[in-house]
Design a protein around this ligand. Structure first.
Ligand code: ACO
Ligand code: AKG
Length: 378
């Protein structure tokens, strides 16, 4: 059954930081956590205690902020790793296990029976530290579904509350995701958390499909940062759930641009120009028909109001501009152009963009007009 509210468990500070070459400083981690909390993200996965003292200190420091979100830490199914999660101020632990035969046999040299036998004692160990437990099923997309359900049943009996379904390699598509998550939700009483990767560009679609199928929780990262091609972007998932499925998350994206910029600079990963929601081009219009239509009524060319995500429409001139756009852009500079003068500007704008490969800036616009007018008077 589709939930009317989905809990976002944002993993920018764990899987996001696993993006090759990314390392947040403590201040950056704290700032990102604060900003995620400020827009209403209810859960944060904040790190991997087994990595060592510095990582544990950073987790403790996030916890000491006493922010509203509940904090999760990630751990292998390993006694020392679980012990390292004690006393850090986290609320939840994700105990990760290999769920596919591929991972069981070729990473751990084990089999399904071994995992089912061993799992309860690790869950018990985490519970005894006062942590709520989620079972992280790595490579769940390639796992046998009956085995995954058996893992869920074993985990639930041992006291876990959640199962994370990880599409570790980003190989699922939305229909397959829907089937798998529906099956899990039908056969398990646990909370089901979707963790999608974007290797085929489907992380958001798969996350939304999982929610339609009954997932209660989803993992996201700011700007889609994360291993390889990244994770499901927070901004896309929140917007998609709200706009396409009418599902609430409690997250207000109006304050998102500063968080997005913070993560881009702290990670050293620039936001692609055309990236949905946060890219500089996401609400930038050039084509004449679009600009004319947008000016007549914004809903002609907007699927949602950019103000909902802290953005605004921007009109630039270029190869595909029409006269209306020329008039509106010059009006923004306090210069009124009649129809014929605006029309006459079009070839000049085209020539400028063909030469420079970017829209004219304010000074270019003034130069282009001055040149047009001087030719006209000559
Ligand atoms: C898909 C994911 O995102 S899973 C999360 C992955 N994240 C990371 O790896 C980032 C942080 N990792 C680290 O800092 C280090 O890898 C550590 C501290 C966890 C472990 O470091 P090391 O002890 O040096 O081991 P190393 O990384 O070389 O190898 C991983 C070991 O963990 C084992 N392992 C892998 N997954 C699991 C698991 N879920 N449960 C138990 N053991 C596991 C591997 O089999 C291997 O053990 P082996 O050498 O006995 O075969
Ligand atoms: O918690 C887990 O096991 C999932 C880990 C993960 O990040 C992944 O599989 O992509």
């Amino acid at each position: 059954m589709t939930q009317s509210f989905i809990t976002i468990n944002d993993t920018t500070l764990r899987d996001g930081e696993q993006s090759a070459g990314v390392a947040f400083s403590l201040d950056e981690k704290l700032d990102i956590a604060r900003q995620l909390a400020a827009i209403g993200v209810p859960e944060l996965e904040v790190g991997i205690p087994a990595m060592g003292d510095e990582e544990r200190e950073s987790i403790r420091a996030v916890a000491n902020l006493k922010l509203a979100p509940r904090l999760m830490v990630w751990s292998r199914m390993h006694p020392a790793d679980i012990a390292a999660c004690a006393g850090l101020g986290a609320h939840l632990i994700d105990i990760s296990v290999p769920a596919s035969d591929q991972h069981l046999a070729y990473k751990l040299k084990q089999d399904r029976a071994w995992l089912l036998r061993e799992l309860p004692k690790y869950i018990g160990a985490a519970l005894s530290l006062g942590l709520e437990v989620g079972l992280g099923c790595e490579d769940a997309s390639r796992a046998d579904m009956d085995f995954l359900c058996a893992l869920a049943e074993t985990a639930e009996r041992a006291g876990a509350r959640r199962l994370r379904f990880a599409d570790t390699l980003g190989i699922l598509e939305p229909f397959g995701t829907y089937d798998k998550i529906s099956t899990l939700c039908r056969r398990s009483g646990l909370e089901i958390e979707m963790h999608a990767h974007d290797d085929m560009g489907l992380a958001t679609a798969n996350t939304l499909a999982a929610c339609k199928a009954g997932a209660t929780h989803v993992n996201t990262t700011v700007n889609g940062l994360g291993e390889r091609a990244g994770n499901a972007p927070l901004e896309e998932v929140v917007l998609g759930l709200n706009k396409l499925h009418g599902i609430a998350t409690g997250i207000d994206l109006k304050g998102f641009p500063s968080l997005s910029a913070k993560v881009a600079s702290a990670s050293g990963r620039a936001i692609p120009w055309q990236k949905s929601v946060v890219g500089a081009g996401a609400f930038t219009h050039e084509a004449g028909i679009h600009v004319d239509g947008l000016l007549k009524h914004p809903d002609n060319y907007q699927g949602f109001d950019p103000r909902e995500v802290g953005q605004a429409h921007r009109i630039v001139l270029g190869k595909h501009s029409g006269t209306r756009a020329v008039q509106v852009v010059y009006a923004g500079l306090g210069i009124e152009l009649g129809d014929s003068e605006a029309q006459a500007m079009l070839p000049h704008v085209r020539a400028f963009v063909a030469e420079h490969k970017h829209p004219p800036e304010v000074s270019d616009l003034r130069d282009l007009l001055a040149s047009l007018r001087s030719h006209h008077h000559a």
